[in-house]
Design a binder for this molecule. Structure first.
Ligand code: BV8
Length: 246
């Protein structure tokens, strides 16, 4: 893989780097990407049909089973080299912000801290009425009842049609407006408002690097593109930028 000298200089010299990851960064950990996740039982539904409040209230058992299946996949997965490079990068860049659309918690398990979970975390469960978190174990089958008020529990994720949590949105916008380099990794650039952050960063003067297996709607605006699996590209990028790494 050829990495431009300009890009390497930018990575080495930037004090403020903001990274946005999508499900593609967890693909090499064995977690299907969001749009590939629909196999078997889920083959007849689009994510936008299952990951919504309407779907949950219409068929709580189906949606709860989908999340239970995903949680089970995630519990068997391990962070991959791409997650590990980002965890090390955090200690090399003074103003490093990691935003993730993923709900799998793999960045934290790789050692990243202060991760902005833009779409929540599937391993947390909350009351659908009051929003209070509960550590009721996510059981199989039917959604459990809140121990406080008996309302249905739900995964602590942001569904389509729901707003991004205020703190996550504020942090993401601030970090995108204030960075010198914005890096999007493994996201199809389809889901908003996450997909608008790269353009926001560029509008404030940042350069934009896209790392993805394929082209996306963001590709045409990228200043730099590295095409291939993130689990291979990120270790190579780290080695080229910081040859003394490890
Ligand atoms: C909202 C949690 C206010 C749940 C998810 C404009 C502005 C605002 C909203 C909208 C708008 N236009 C449309 C909307 C509505 C909607 C939306 O964006 N719809 C889309 C379908 C058009 N947005 C919302 O509803 C958001 N809410 O804005 O509130 C509002 C409300 C109503 C109306 C207007 C405004 C909330 C969106 C959050 C939805 N929740 N997840 C759960 O996980 O169950 S989104 C879900 O998609 C995941 O979080 C996922 O991360 C995310 C994005 O998908 P990707 O991560 O990009 O994954 P995908 O599979 O698509 O792509 C993978 C990529 O990786 C590919 O490019 C592939 O090539 C690449 N890849 C694969 N393998 C590798 C790889 N790359 C590198 N290496 C590899 N090995």
């Amino acid at each position: 893989m050829t990495i431009s000298g300009d890009l390497l200089d930018l990575i080495r010299n930037s004090q403020r780097i903001t990274v946005l990851t999508g499900s593609g960064i967890s693909a090499e950990s064995g977690i299907p990407t969001f749009r590939d996740a629909l196999t078997g039982l889920w083959a007849n539904y689009s994510p936008e049909e299952l990951a919504t409040p309407e779907a949950y209230y219409k068929n709580p058992s189906l949606v709860w089973k989908w999340y239970a299946w995903r949680r089970q996949l995630i519990s068997q997965a391990q962070p991959n080299p791409a997650h590990q490079v980002l965890a090390r990068m955090q200690s090399r860049v003074a103003g490093f912000t990691l935003l993730t659309q993923n709900v799998d918690g793999l960045h934290q398990r790789a050692g990243s801290t202060s991760v902005v979970e833009y779409h929540g975390n599937i391993m947390r469960t909350r009351c659908s009425r009051h929003g209070c978190m509960t550590d009721v174990p996510p059981i199989e089958g039917e959604p459990p009842a809140c121990p406080e008020c008996s309302a249905m529990l739900r995964p602590d994720v942001v569904w389509f049609g729901e707003s991004i949590p205020n703190h996550a949105q504020f942090t993401a916008v601030t970090a995108s407006e204030d960075c010198q380099l914005f890096i999007a990794i493994g996201t199809s650039g389809i889901v908003y408002p996450a997909a608008s952050l790269a353009q926001l960063a560029q509008s404030k003067g940042a350069r934009f690097l896209e790392i993805n297996l394929d082209r996306t709607p963001l590709s045409s605006m990228a200043d730099f593109r590295l095409q291939g699996p993130a689990g291979e590209i990120l270790p190579e990028l780290e080695q080229a930028a910081w040859p003394d790494v490890r």
